[in-house]
Design a binder for this molecule. Structure first.
Ligand SMILES: O=c1ccn([C@@H]2O[C@H](COP(=O)(O)O)[C@@H](O)[C@H]2O)c(=O)[nH]1
Length: 592
């Protein structure tokens, strides 16, 4: 772990149930390779994970079993370690490549910006050659300008010890927000391609492995499941999922399951399958048994599951990667303090609006007092942004260079349109926030993309877990999670994940008390300048550039005769949301 990482808190744990074939899975790490420096439950780093996977491999191989390590993308954008270097990501690729990954895929974040996808092709695909799969992504090669697959479409391999024959694919969900140097083919089209149909007709297969940046419960995975089942009515299928930032497990049939392993290095997903046939031995018994576990990413869990301790657990490679991370953090000056937050500010642990809501803080304090384009004088202004542009909670205490990138990693800047009737702006807000029923292009699903990914599924899951006892809530005044109740065996129950999935509620390794989450709107608005007591006739309509495509559609429903692409202009040239937050914190959150 990093020198500044808090020690994990001991807690009651459920064991891993190993099988013939075992998996470790990460997804949506978004650059959090240093782990969480304010949360003991997730305080292990990528170096610890390398030690963990090595120790688990030693353990399962000693029993003649196999281990495969999977990562399903969105490794970039979301923390200082990735976003604060110039160019972005120079330290991250070097740290990542030390983990042995058997199957690795791209997420949508690898494709938003041209530079990112080019770096993916030239660096990450190269570092993980033979393991990186891209079944439905093409890229215009930066040198030849030719359209080429980002990586091989699929691969067939046999596992090291048992010779289990695996056919593996690497998919991305039907994403269309990518820069125009890449092409993402809809999954439903890819599975009609000749190469895919040939690959799934192979009869010498013991397991289909679908790694993808695709939600576990999704039309894309259902389509792949159906296509494979048409060719193989009984061959086991293991999906690995991502994108929604949730822990999830989907049952497609008794021989096909999907595991999603959360976000931001909070979770290491574990799966095992027993009863698989191999190249030399047909399956014994009644067919495969699948088991899943969501491991909290901390050393207490890692020691427990490996049966090792502080002395015997770390590997040399793991320790040297932890050191690499520490060196990178120091070179990037991620501990530089911009100010001190006087309180916790939550994305969804409080309702909106609320004095403890990060969105209330943004609209009433940060945007309201910081957005001003000198050329516009005192023109009344309404500024809107999508809540998905904020990626993490703010904890009371030091607000560092790292903090700012974890909450606002995107390079989005502001644009505006002059003289927009105020009532039309309000109508647009209603449309974006689904307060008005709308149809066709602006489906509920499209609009959900304005909010943070966990908003759609997570809320439902956590609330399903129910029976929340307010006395078990996180201590609002503390930086760290605090154990609030003791069990009879002396261990503590701390707030955290209580996952409800298709296999029940026993998936988490750590037994937690649940944390309540609230639904927040897709977009928020700040009122700037003008007379606060009366609504203005027309305003400068300022917006964060990410939402422009949504405004184009919402504008139509609001009957607003504005072409957002042609009629808008740059607002506060060169200033991004991230800059606005840094400036505000420096001015307003002095440390005592
Ligand atoms: O420039 C951007 C890019 C993304 N967003 C928000 O993030 C989600 C996608 O997040 P995942 O991690 O891929 O799930 C997107 O829907 C937006 O809400 C953004 O605001 N600005």
């Amino acid at each position: 772990a990093q020198p500044a990482a808090p020690a994990p808190i001991s807690a009651p744990l459920r064991d891993l149930e190993y099988g013939q074939l075992n998996f470790l899975h990460t997804t949506d790490t978004h650059g959090w390779l240093a782990g969480h420096l304010s949360e003991p439950s997730y305080s292990a780093d990528w170096g610890d994970y390398i030690s963990f996977s090595t120790r688990i491999r030693e353990k399962v191989e000693a029993q003649g079993q196999d281990l495969l390590v999977i990562d399903t993308g969105d490794r970039v954008e979301g923390s200082g370690l990735y976003d604060s270097s110039e160019p972005k990501g120079i330290y991250l690729s070097e740290i990542l490549r030390h983990q042995h990954i058997d199957v690795i895929t791209s997420g949508n974040h690898e494709l938003y910006q041209k530079n990112t996808s080019i770096n993916e092709l030239l660096t990450t695909v190269t570092n993980f050659r033979g393991h990186y799969l891209a079944s439905n992504i093409d890229i215009y090669h930066p040198v030849t300008q030719e359209l080429v697959p980002l990586a091989p479409r699929y691969k067939k391999f046999t596992t090291k010890l048992q010779g289990i024959r695996v056919v593996a694919f690497g998919f991305l969900f039907n994403f269309n927000g990518n820069y125009n140097n890449t092409i993402v083919q809809p999954v439903e089209e890819t599975i009609q391609e000749e190469w895919f149909q040939e690959a799934i007709q192979d009869k010498e297969v013991d397991l289909f492995l679908i790694a993808g940046h695709v939600p576990a419960h999704s039309p894309e995975y259902r389509a792949i499941f159906r296509a494979i089942r048409k060719a193989h009515w009984a061959t086991p299928i293991q999906f690995f999922a991502g994108h929604q930032h949730i822990r999830d497990y989907a049952k497609y049939d008794s021989k096909a399951y999907a595991l999603a392993s959360g976000r931001f290095m909070e979770t290491i997903g574990f799966m095992s399958i027993d009863g698989l046939s191999t190249s030399t031995r047909p399956s014994a018994g009644s067919g495969p048994v699948f088991k899943r576990r969501y491991i909290d990413n901390n050393l207490f869990s890692f020691y427990h599951h490996t049966g090792l301790d502080e002395e015997s657990f770390p590997t040399e490679e793991g320790l040297s990667v932890s050191q690499l991370i520490a060196n990178a953090r120091s070179a990037l000056q991620l501990d530089v303090v911009y100010g001190c937050a006087p309180q916790n500010l939550w994305m969804s642990r409080v309702p909106y609006p609320h004095p403890d809501s990060v969105y209330t803080w943004l609209e009433s304090e940060v945007l309201a007092t910081s957005l001003k384009d000198e050329s516009r004088g005192d023109t009344p202004t309404v500024a809107i942004m999508n809540t998905g542009g904020i990626r993490f909670d703010i904890f009371k205490g030091q607000f560092t260079r790292d903090t700012v990138w974890t909450i606002s990693p995107f390079s989005n800047k502001f644009r505006y349109v002059k003289d927009v009737p105020y009532d039309k702006v309000q109508l647009i807000m209603e449309v974006l926030n689904k307060q008005t029923k709308i149809f066709s292009e602006l489906s509920e699903e499209t609009l959900d993309n304005l909010a943070s990914p966990d908003q759609q599924e997570h809320i439902e899951h956590v609330l399903k877990a129910g029976n929340e006892d307010p006395s078990l809530r996180m201590n609002g005044d503390s930086l760290h999670q605090v154990p609030l109740s003791k069990r009879s065996d002396g261990t503590s129950i701390i707030p955290g994940y209580v996952t409800q999935d298709d296999a029940g509620s026993d998936g988490d390794d750590t037994i937690h008390s649940p944390i309540k989450m609230y639904q927040v709107p897709n977009c928020i608005q700040a009122h700037i300048a003008g007379n606060a007591t009366t609504a203005p006739g027309t305003v400068d309509f300022v917006y964060i550039e990410f939402i422009e495509p949504f405004l184009v559609l919402a504008g139509k429903y609001a009957d607003l005769n504005v072409d957002f692409v042609k009629d808008s202009e740059v607002y506060m040239s060169g200033v991004s949301m991230t800059d606005v937050i840094i400036n505000w914190v420096e001015k307003n959150w002095e440390c005592e």
